[in-house]
Design a protein around this ligand. Structure first.
Ligand SMILES: Nc1ncnc2c1ncn2[C@@H]1O[C@H](COP(=O)(O)OP(=O)(O)OP(=O)(O)O)[C@@H](O)[C@H]1O
Ligand SMILES: [Mg+2]
Length: 227
């Protein structure tokens, strides 16, 4: 269960400050899937970063399975991010000078998982990008990078998977494949799925959704969601 209670995020200070989130509250049941919608600049990525333990909200609280996230020691926040959460970034955050294989094995290295290579190849195979395993990431196309990013996020079977525009750079066929993988994880492994998307076809597939505008929730829908 994810419980968000009146989180706000203010970037910068003084006259140059900007309120990107304004008292956002909602509850999402464990194992549910949620689409976060809203125009560019509405606060979607900011919200996802707060949920995933990547960027601290200015005020308010987020509890994961009943345990407050941002009041924990940094070490515990890191552990949550590394062990419970998987993240597909809007702008990838891949190590461009490393190979695809090296990039996607990072979460397993952090956790000290054995047999990393077979797991890595299996994830790459799912995303149909196995033939690029030994390539330097900087030589990949945008869509290929996106799929590597998804592979890295799912490799450790996180309890919660966050994806920020996971199909933004993909053609419709590849994006369908990525969607299938995300929903399969949600359905079969009970992975809680939280996805930012502009794609209306993709948004319709989610059981729950919220729409952000100027950092506030202006609409919400879904049985596993309370706002
Ligand atoms: N580090 C920052 N410093 C100052 N302002 C920021 C910072 N990060 C984001 N913002 C501002 O906060 C607002 C929300 O940004 P955010 O990235 O959450 O939007 P978004 O809904 O994800 O947009 P997009 O659909 O374009 O990705 C934007 O106006 C953005 O310019
Ligand atoms: Mg964004």
């Amino acid at each position: 269960m994810i419980k968000v209670d009146k989180i706000s995020k203010i970037y910068g200070q003084g006259p140059a400050s900007f309120k990107a989130l304004d008292k956002v509250s909602f509850k999402l049941e464990k194992g549910a899937n949620l689409a976060i919608l809203g125009k560019s600049g509405s606060g979607k990525s900011t919200l996802m970063h707060a949920l995933a333990g990547l960027d601290r909200p200015t005020s308010g609280s987020i509890a994961i399975n009943g345990k407050d996230l941002w009041s924990r020691q940094q070490k515990e926040i890191d552990a949550y991010r590394n062990q419970m959460a998987g993240f597909v970034f809007q702008d990838f955050y891949l190590q461009n000078e490393e190979t695809v294989l090296e990039n996607i094995m990072v979460p397993l290295e952090i956790r000290g998982v054995a047999d990393r290579k077979p797991k890595a190849y299996a994830a790459l195979e799912r995303l149909e990008i196995k033939d690029k395993a030994r390539n330097l990431t900087r030589h990949l196309s945008g869509g290929e990078k996106q799929r590597v990013c998804v592979a890295r996020a799912i490799i450790g079977q996180p309890e919660i998977l966050f994806a920020d525009e996971p199909t933004g750079n993909l053609d419709s066929k590849t994006s369908e494949k990525v969607e299938e993988i995300l929903f399969k994880l949600n359905k079969e492994l009970g992975t809680t799925l939280v996805v930012v998307t502009h794609n209306e076809d993709l948004a319709r597939r989610f059981a729950n959704s919220i729409i952000l505008k100027d950092g506030r929730i202006i609409a919400h829908e879904g049985k596993e969601l309370a706002a």
